[in-house]
Structures are given as C-alpha cells and as structure tokens.
Write a protein of this length. Structure first.
Length: 436
C-alpha cells in the first residue's frame, strides 16, 4: 500500500514547511561548500606535510646505525602512517588507474633516491604500503592508512544550534505573517450587522493596514445598507397603515353582505401583515434598548402568569437563579413570539429554563405538528411559511420566528429550532450568563 504525500491544510504549516525546507537546503549547500573547501585545503596541507615528513624520516633512518633505528620508529610514526623495518605485509600491486594521491606525493618526495614499490593491503579499510631499501640494503616499509579529515567535536553542536535558530525564526516569521489573517478571519466570523461594529486595529505593516481599512469600510457599508433597507421597510409598512384604516372605515359603512365580510377579512390580514413588517424592521434595532439587570426566574414567572391569566396552557419548568444584563422588552418579545407560535399550532406550551456554565438556556416546547428537518433553518427567514402548517387560514405572516431570531442576535444570544422526540417543536434561546 502506497502512502501519498499531502500538502498541509493550514497556511501556517505551509509557510513553515516552505521556510524550513528552503533554510535547510541553503544550510546544507553552505555546509557542503565549506566542508569541500576545508577538505581540499586540509588535503593539500596534509600532502605537503607528508612529502616533507617522509623525506625527512627516511633520511634520518638512512643515517642512523641499524641498531638504533627501531627506537626511532615510534617517534617518526604519525596518525595515518608509520614505518616498518621489514618487507611489510603481502599485498597486490596498486593498479595504475587507482593510485592514491599519497602515493604520488611519496614518490615525488623520495622516489628518485629510493626506488619505491607500492602494494595494496586487503582489508575493510583502505590500506597500502610503500617498499624501499636504505643505502645499506635494509628494507623499510612505509605503512599508510588513509583517513578522512576529522570533524571538530564542536561542529555538531553548532549545527544543532543553527537548526534551532532557523526553526525559531521560521515560527516567528509565520506567526507574524498569519496573525493578521487570523484576526481578519475572526472578525469576519463574528461580523454581525445588527450589533455595534467592532473595527479592526489599523496598525502594522502596510498590507495589514490596507486589509483592515478595507474590512472596516465593508463593515460600515453593510451596516448602512441594512439600516437603509430596514428604514425603507418600516416606512412603507407605516405608511400603509393609514390607507388600510380608511378602507376599513369605508367597509364598515357598507351594507352587510358576504362581500363586506370578505373585504373586512382581507383588510384585517393586510393590517396584521403591515404591523408585523414594522415589528420586524424595528427588531433589527433591538440593541438600542438599554440593558438592565434582570432576575430571570421572576421575569419568566411574570410572562407565564400573564398567559395563564388569559386562560392559556403555558407552564414554567425549572429554576435558574440567574440575574443577567439583558434588554427585557426585546427578550419578552422573543419569548412571546415563540410561545404564541407554540400555542397556535399545539394549544399548549412549556417553558424550560436551565443555567449552564457560561450560558442561560430558555426552551419553549410544544406537541404540535413540528417542522420538517429540511425547513428548520428556512423558517427563521422573513416571510417564509411552512405550507402544511403556516397558511393564511392560521393568520401566519412568516415574520414571528424571523423577529425572534433578529432580537436573539441583538441580545448577543442565539435561537435554534429542533423537533422533539414523540412530536412537537423545540425552540431554544441561549443567552450569555453573567452571575451577580
């Protein structure tokens, strides 16, 4: 099974990968060039020293009495080569195409005075010997074991330090580059034209300043467009109330007949729709109401008692013991819309309240026909009616849940709909919880 390489998903990981690979390749090329130059320089130095040292050592051994030569072998030995007062080890003659550079240097140093023969000694490591005879005929073998130029013991620590520095610089650069994008993404995610706009900080590099200014300008244009649209809707809805009222007065003066009743019903429906349109237009400005400390248990009990006084089947379940900062008129409108919706389609409603960590959940539930799962999100849109339940015979305008949704957002909360097990609708309003 083959494993494919996948490009990282986040921008930070992609930039980090590109920077690290680029820096590592640059570091490897730099190290390779420096190591090659150091190797060549060290090799030339070692070969020059080898020529001088071998010629001097052979001259010393040639001039020493035969009985004193063994005592000098240890003094003349070096790390990579030494001297033997014998014929050396058996080996194969070195081929012409594979002559080590040290052979050439030794030959140039002493080959004219002392004829040399070289043999390759078999073994796991490179090993060869040069054979010659001194003036008195005594054999001398130059035993050579070539080795790589040794690395300094501090070099790995320096390389690890450079790698750590590259990673730290890469992390810092990626963080500086990605942070403005993260702020912009968070601002877009929390963009709410209904709430007070929060402008991005217009500071930093030129590109960041330009993006922040563009976002702030876009946010202002959206808010202005939405305000203009709501003002237009409110103005039209308000202006329609006057001619509708005149038409109802004229219809009242008509003789009793079937057509009069139909006209009256149509005018009443138009008047209700206009009022809901005004309420929806005003709900967008629910944040203009001042917040007040509100005892939620007392607030909900008052709401439920008002319904019970009118003979409605509304029950309150649970206690929260919460006191929050909220806009009571807007909150009451939300709960009234949800409760009226439950009473309209189920005849009874239950209001559940529960204080969770950081939030307050108020749920209005009924045992009505519910809503298809595919339409749960759509019914929160203005003027949307579910065909099998919200038709004109029920008086629905398609604005009740839309108004509740707008006011819930203006309160800093959220409204979600779901179907209950066993049938019915569950409308949950979540508000930020601030304890006393």
């Amino acid at each position: 099974m083959s494993v494919g390489l996948h490009w990282p998903r986040t921008l930070a990981s992609r930039l980090s990968l590109i920077f690290l690979i680029g820096l590592l390749l640059a570091q490897a090329l730099s190290f390779g060039a420096q190591y090659y130059e150091r190797y060549q320089s060290a090799k030339n130095t070692m070969l020059g020293n080898l020529e001088t040292d071998v010629s001097t050592s052979i001259a010393i051994l040639d001039r020493l009495p035969a009985e004193e030569r063994p005592d000098w072998l240890e003094r003349l030995a070096r790390r990579n080569y030494g001297y033997l007062l014998s014929e050396g080890e058996p080996g194969m003659p070195i081929e012409a195409g594979d002559v080590p550079v040290a052979v050439t240097s030794i030959t140039e140093a002493i080959g004219e005075r002392y004829p040399l023969t070289f043999t390759d000694i078999p073994g796991p490591k490179k090993h060869f010997q040069g054979h010659l005879r001194l003036s008195d005929g005594s054999p001398v073998t130059i035993d050579v074991r070539p080795a790589m130029v040794p690395l300094s013991p501090w070099l790995p620590a320096v390389l690890l330090g450079q790698l750590a520095l590259m990673i730290a610089c890469t992390w810092l650069a990626v963080r500086i580059a990605v942070r403005p994008l993260t702020r912009l993404a968070n601002a877009v995610e929390t963009l709410d034209p209904n709430a007070h706009p929060i402008n991005l900080d217009e500071s930093g590099p030129t590109e960041v300043i330009y993006a922040a200014r563009a976002f702030n300008a876009m946010q202002a244009r959206i808010a202005a467009y939405l305000k203009e649209r709501m003002q237009l809707l409110a103005a039209i809805s308000h202006d329609l109330q006057t001619p509708i009222t005149r038409m109802k007065l004229r219809a009242e003066l008509m003789d009793d007949c079937v057509e009069k009743d139909k006209l009256w019903n149509d005018l009443s429906e138009m008047e209700h729709l206009v009022r809901e349109g005004v309420a929806y237009a005003r709900s967008i400005h629910g944040s203009t109401e001042e917040s007040r400390r509100t005892n939620m248990d007392s607030f909900l009990e008052s709401l439920v008692f008002d319904y019970q006084d009118m003979g409605k089947q509304v029950q309150l379940v649970g206690k929260s013991a919460a006191v929050i900062d909220t806009r009571p008129h807007a909150l009451r409108r939300v709960l009234v819309n949800l409760t009226d919706n439950a009473l309209k389609f189920a005849g009874a409603a239950e209001v559940w309240v529960e204080a969770n960590k950081g939030s307050l959940a108020i749920t209005v539930m009924d045992r009505g026909p519910g809503i298809a799962d595919a339409e749960l999100a759509q019914v929160l849109q203005p003027f949307y009616r579910v065909e099998n339940s919200r038709n004109r015979d029920t008086g629905g305008t398609g604005l009740g849940l839309a108004i509740a949704q707008q006011l819930a957002m203006a309160l800093g909360g959220s409204l979600t709909l779901s179907n209950r097990e066993g049938g019915g609708l569950c409308a949950e309003l979540k508000l930020p919880l601030h304890s006393r």
